[in-house]
Design a protein around this ligand. Structure first.
Ligand SMILES: [Zn+2]
Length: 409
């Protein structure tokens, strides 16, 4: 045994009395009251502990480029056409440096696992994929990073993109994504991406259904193909902002279909709030799908950052807890139960969405432990309480201190 984290409230049982977590060989060896042994100790003082926060959807490769982008004129914004001209100048070094800055912020905000979306197309080549793989290797001590390669600027309308995606898949890209909204033939892109996922046996994580109307929803085709090819449990859809345009009875029907098909949903409140409702100059809709409502209808959900400091999401500090708090404000969430669910959508439920089999504060799992300056998950979300200490595989990776007041003597 080399470490005992004492006096924690487990995120899965915050109402129970505090316990200790003993760590040996990078794994959780025991959880229980009054653990002792010849080990370094950390007293959490009855604070909340979880197995780390999980970014299930974040674009490290295009973070921190807002200063390079012209200000939008008028209400309409198109982050994809804003970023496209910048791509040829993005060297692997430039991508790595920006991604590293963002990753460090994610780490101090308690992330221990991450799926990061990586753009691949002829303008970007495989530079982003290479840079993110190098970054993942360099920060393996602090976080497990899984890249999801995808075509941001279109697939069927952008010759050369599919060949590069295939190259990345052959090189070991573990997840494939899509962005049919930016394809001249969205349904054809979805079909092609499903075909590639089957051929290379990788799970899917698709950007889906941002827009002003529910008339066309790409998720309908995704549902058909997931059921047809029996890919339940291996398909995630991100955004799903159009669900917010439906009456609750209709979105409940859609949610139950998603749950039955085994399709999980990642909601990205900061981006959807910024991009949706651009067709109006007043009475602007919020456009964020309600994860509590989806969860109540059986869908596995996560909340995530999506972007930091770029034209799709100009703001952000990489705090997932802030994202959950933002979601609670936008969706007018009330009550401890729903706030607690939001916290689990940064942690336990996110792990399920990513099919992680070794996540969480359980004996035998890697000792990824995050202490949050709160006693309950709902307090953490309500007050945006920060992580104070993080261990990855039993090794301390982050220390943060609560602010102190210096009273006059
Ligand atoms: Zn995204």
């Amino acid at each position: 045994m080399h470490l005992i984290v004492k006096n924690v409230r487990l995120v899965t049982a915050p109402g129970a009395p505090p316990v200790d977590i003993a760590v040996a060989d990078g794994r959780i060896g025991a959880i229980g009251p009054n653990l002792t042994g010849d080990a370094e100790t950390y007293d959490a003082g009855g604070r909340l502990a979880c197995g780390g926060l999980i970014e299930t959807h974040i674009h490290l490769d295009k973070s921190r480029i807002i200063d390079r982008c012209p200000l939008p004129e008028g209400r309409r914004v198109n982050p994809v056409t804003t970023v496209a001209p910048l791509k040829p100048a993005m060297t692997a070094e430039d991508i790595y440096a920006r991604a590293e800055k963002t990753l460090k912020e994610c780490l101090v905000n308690g992330a221990t696992r991450m799926r990061t979306q990586v753009e691949i197309d002829p303008a970007m080549g495989l530079r982003g994929f290479g840079a993110i793989n190098a970054l993942a290797a360099a920060y393996k001590w602090a976080i497990d990073i899984e890249p999801c390669v995808f075509p941001q600027d279109g697939l069927t309308n952008y010759p050369g993109t599919e060949e590069l995606l295939v190259e990345a898949l052959k090189a070991g890209a573990p997840v494939l994504g899509a962005a049919p909204r930016y394809d001249s033939d969205p349904t054809a892109q979805v079909d092609r991406i499903f075909a590639l996922a089957r051929e290379y046996d990788v799970p899917l994580d698709l950007h889906l259904d941002v827009g002003d109307s529910t008339e066309h929803m790409d998720v309908r085709r995704v549902l058909e193909l997931t059921e047809q090819y029996k890919l339940g449990g291996r398909v995630v859809v991100g955004h799903m902002a159009k669900l917010s345009l439906m009456p609750p009875a209709d979105s409940a029907v859609m949610a139950r279909r998603l749950a039955d098909a085994g399709i999980a949903v990642t909601v990205l409140p900061a981006t959807d709030l910024y991009l949706m409702g651009r067709d109006r100059d007043h009475d602007v809709r919020r456009g964020v799908a309600d994860v509590n409502h989806l969860h109540a209808n059986g869908v596995t959900c996560s909340l995530s950052s999506n972007n930091i400091l770029n034209p799709a999401t100009p703001y952000g500090d990489c705090s997932l807890i802030r994202i959950a708090n933002l979601h609670a404000n936008i969706l007018q969430v009330v009550g401890a139960t729903k706030l607690r669910e939001l916290f689990l959508m940064l942690s336990e439920h996110s792990a399920r969405l990513l099919n992680l089999t070794d996540y969480g504060l359980q004996v035998g799992n890697p000792a990824d432990i995050v202490i949050i300056d709160a006693t309950t998950p709902e307090q953490a979300v309500a007050e945006i309480r920060p992580p104070l200490a993080v261990w990855k595989r039993g090794r301390r990776t982050v220390t943060r201190h609560s602010p102190e007041l210096h009273r006059p003597a």
